[in-house]
Ligand binder design. Structure first.
Ligand SMILES: CC(C)(COP(=O)(O)OP(=O)(O)OC[C@H]1O[C@@H](n2cnc3c(N)ncnc32)[C@H](O)[C@@H]1OP(=O)(O)O)[C@@H](O)C(=O)NCCC(=O)NCCS
Length: 215
């Protein structure tokens, strides 16, 4: 995939080295990586990831989870640097009706959870999303999902939350381009932290940030 305006993306893709982890973009022939990460999730993690008890991935699941094009569907894989074992995947899929918005899912194998991999994947996915013009990320998760809550708190991004009922929440995260962030911080009286504010309007899509021919 080529992302012409992916400032800092290469740096982000190599940011895992101190943890002994490499990041790369998932490719359509990466079904073994998808299977490996799924196999490393216990029942609770599978439930949190798929919001259903999922004993195995079907062929249709695998097709869908590897149907990446780097534009409407982009995924990042974390693997150990020593054995190249896939240990986590984060992805976004664009909304069909709103190309500036995309739904996120991520999972880190149980043995590697709480070691910074989820945060690393989230940072990388956000950098990729910004690079290809996504301005809003949503996540549909269990209200009990403390890991996602902690990841969102740590991101310092502007997060809104909607209760979808049945113990499921939708989080929406407004993304900023680095130059927006700089402009925002240079405004007097603005701090870096962005609080949760359920009343905030959806951000508009800035067309100049995207270059479809580069996907
Ligand atoms: C959510 C998930 C991806 C987080 O990955 P991770 O590698 O454990 O995350 P990190 O190690 O980067 O942790 C990031 C923060 O979350 C916190 N955290 C992670 N899991 C947590 C948990 N179960 N309870 C409370 N806090 C948790 C960490 O302490 C850390 O906080 P800190 O920065 O203040 O120290 C991982 O727990 C997972 O795969 N869960 C199952 C699937 C899932 O829930 N996916 C999301 C919905 S699609």
């Amino acid at each position: 995939m080529t992302v012409s305006n992916a400032r800092g993306l290469q740096t982000t893709l190599t940011a895992g080295a101190p943890l002994g982890v490499g990041l790369r973009l998932l490719q359509p022939n990466d079904a073994p990586a998808v299977q490996a990460v799924f196999a490393g999730l216990g029942p609770q993690s599978r439930w949190l990831r798929f919001l259903s008890g999922k004993p195995a991935l079907t062929d249709a699941d695998l097709r869908q989870l590897t149907s990446v094009d780097g534009w409407t569907h982009l995924a990042v894989v974390a693997s150990t640097l020593t054995s190249q074992q896939p240990i986590g995947i984060a992805r976004f899929v664009r909304d069909r009706l709103d190309a500036g918005s995309a739904e996120v899912a991520l999972a880190v194998v149980d043995a590697w959870q709480r070691r910074g991999i989820g945060g690393l994947l989230a940072d990388c996915l956000i950098a990729c999303a910004v690079a290809v013009g996504v301005r809003r990320l949503t996540m549909t998760v269990s209200a009990e999902n403390a890991g996602v809550r902690a990841l969102l708190d740590r991101s310092q991004l502007e997060v809104t939350r909607m209760d979808l009922g049945f113990g499921v929440w939708e989080y929406a995260v407004a993304l900023e381009r680095p130059w927006d962030d700089q402009a925002r911080r240079s405004q007097p009286g603005r701090s870096g932290a962005r609080p949760v504010d359920a009343g905030r309007p959806r951000p508009t899509i800035a067309p100049e940030t995207v270059d479809p021919s580069a996907a």
